[in-house]
Design a protein around this ligand. Sequence first.
Ligand SMILES: NC(=O)C1=CN([C@@H]2O[C@H](COP(=O)(O)OP(=O)(O)OC[C@H]3O[C@@H](n4cnc5c(N)ncnc54)[C@H](O)[C@@H]3O)[C@@H](O)[C@H]2O)C=CC1
Ligand SMILES: O=C(O)C1=N[C@H](C(=O)O)C[C@H](O)C1
Length: 250
Amino acid sequence: MIKVSVVGAKGRMGSHVVDAVNNADDTELALALDAGDDLAQITPDNTDVVVEFTVPSVSLDNVLALVAQGVDVVVGTTGWTEEKLDQVRAALAAAPCEGQSVFIAPNFAISAVLADYFAKVAAPYFESAEVIELHHPNKVDAPSGTAFHTAQGIAAARKAAGLGPVPDATETDGGSRGQVVDGIHVHAVRLRGLNAHEEALFGNDGEQLTIRADSFDRISFMPGVLLAVRKVATGSYPGVTVGLDNFLDL
Ligand SMILES: NC(=O)C1=CN([C@@H]2O[C@H](COP(=O)(O)OP(=O)(O)OC[C@H]3O[C@@H](n4cnc5c(N)ncnc54)[C@H](O)[C@@H]3O)[C@@H](O)[C@H]2O)C=CC1
Ligand SMILES: O=C(O)C1=N[C@H](C(=O)O)C[C@H](O)C1
């Protein structure tokens, strides 16, 4: 059995992870902690893998503490930058146990992971590209971590293909053109009734392609979370790994 502790266990995602861990045949719940609880309770003796779903403002500190305590971590919280990833890499280099892992996924839903992948495949073939993400209004960060990642992937694929900037004659913008991530405009919608949705839009003269992923329920993230827990528990992924696509045969 893989012993799993959950940090952020009372949250929308964390509470689903607690249920998923309790219901899977090969995982058992060790500790379920939330804000105010002492993370030092988590040790290699009681926990094989920690799943962390909190808020972007605290996730880095949680991960650094957990790495120093000698446990592997699967992270779903958003807000990761290259600078933060470098801090985690440095912490892992000084970690107490050999081969420790931190796995971070912008999105654990197979629909979103595939949309992100297909967007990278499509990107070199279109002059225009933009990303729209649509979420529930309780979400604290915008744009979504997934949309940020998708825009970065589109931009990298365009650059590798030798494409220039996307065409855009806008001269005045009060914010309606969205956040620009590596040259790709990203728009965020917050609407009651939504859960997690994303569109990658591509255009050429006379044609368009839209790649859309819809996650209607948070249970959609659970197979991906359990896959990551199982992969990390093998000990075969030392260091920092970003993206569930690393565990899929794409
Ligand atoms: N990677 C993925 O597939 C997904 C990622 N997310 C991301 O996961 C994060 C959490 O989302 P939700 O569960 O909707 O948020 P939420 O607000 O429902 O839950 C966050 C939980 O973290 C707890 N928390 C806050 N500070 C803490 C601390 N210092 N230590 C321990 N617990 C602490 C809160 O009390 C709360 O229970 C967000 O960044 C969200 O964007 C959400 C859905 C899917
Ligand atoms: O906060 C959410 O709900 C979600 N957050 C992640 C993100 O920001 O990409 C993943 C998914 O979109 C749901």
